[in-house]
Every structure is written in C-alpha cells, then in structure tokens.
Design a protein around this ligand. Structure first.
Ligand code: ZN
Ligand code: ZN
Length: 125
C-alpha cells in the first residue's frame, strides 16, 4: 500500500501538488498513482509511459473540469467532444488537448453534421 511518505520519496516532494490513486480495471486490487505537477497530472500506468496520456488522467481531468462551459454557446457543458475523433485516429482518444467541453445539444449537432466539427477544428475551438 502506497502512502504519502513513499510518494515523497519516489517523486520530488516539492513539485507534487496533489496525488490520487485509482484502481486498475484490468487488475482489481491494483492501484495506479496519479501525481499532479504544474497543474498537469502524470500517471504511473504503462499506457501513460508509452503515450503520455491515459484514461486515468483523462477521467481526472474531466472530473476537475466538471463545471466547464460549452465552447460554442457558453451553457453548462456535460459532454466532451474530441477534436480528432476516435474514428479518425483512436490514439488521441485520451489526449486532454484533444477534448473540448460542449453541451449536449452542440455535441449532438456535430455528431450529426461533420461540417460543424470541421469548422470547429479549423477554428481550434
Ligand atoms: Zn494511467
Ligand atoms: Zn452549446
């Protein structure tokens, strides 16, 4: 069981702003550790080491930004839209820089109309 003392030994304590543990879905009972440094989360799972992104960091980011507003209309966002869609390139699926908050209405709109997504990609919003 990891504790904060072990963590301070493993990571440079001065630079760690926060940490959490998440249980592995593929290995029940096993936990990954997420540490926050300079506003950004890092994870010790193999996926993160390989891609510099993983679903643990992705989920944490979404949770922290639960009050984000829609990029298009400014209403409370409940959906996260991918800039590069999973269909276009699945490896960007968990990339935080690849997601934008959208309300359900505008997310649906672009799912049904690829032109809307294209426009958003061009504008970088
Ligand atoms: Zn991870
Ligand atoms: Zn909207």
């Amino acid at each position: 069981m990891k504790n904060s003392k072990e963590l301070t030994a493993k990571y440079n304590a001065d630079t760690v702003e926060d940490f959490i543990e998440v249980e592995s879905t593929s290995q029940p009972g096993f936990k990954w550790t997420l540490v926050k440094r300079k506003e950004l989360w890092e994870c010790d799972c193999p996926g993160f080491k390989f891609n510099r992104n993983c679903k643990h960091v992705y989920n944490q980011f979404r949770e922290e930004n639960i009050n984000a507003v829609c990029k298009i209309c400014g209403s409370h966002a409940i959906d996260w839209a991918h800039m590069v869609s999973r269909a276009q390139d699945p490896k960007h699926k968990y990339e935080i820089t690849n997601i934008r908050p959208l309300c359900r209405k505008h997310h649906d709109l672009e799912e049904n109309n690829p032109e809307v997504r294209k426009l958003r990609q061009e504008l970088g919003i």
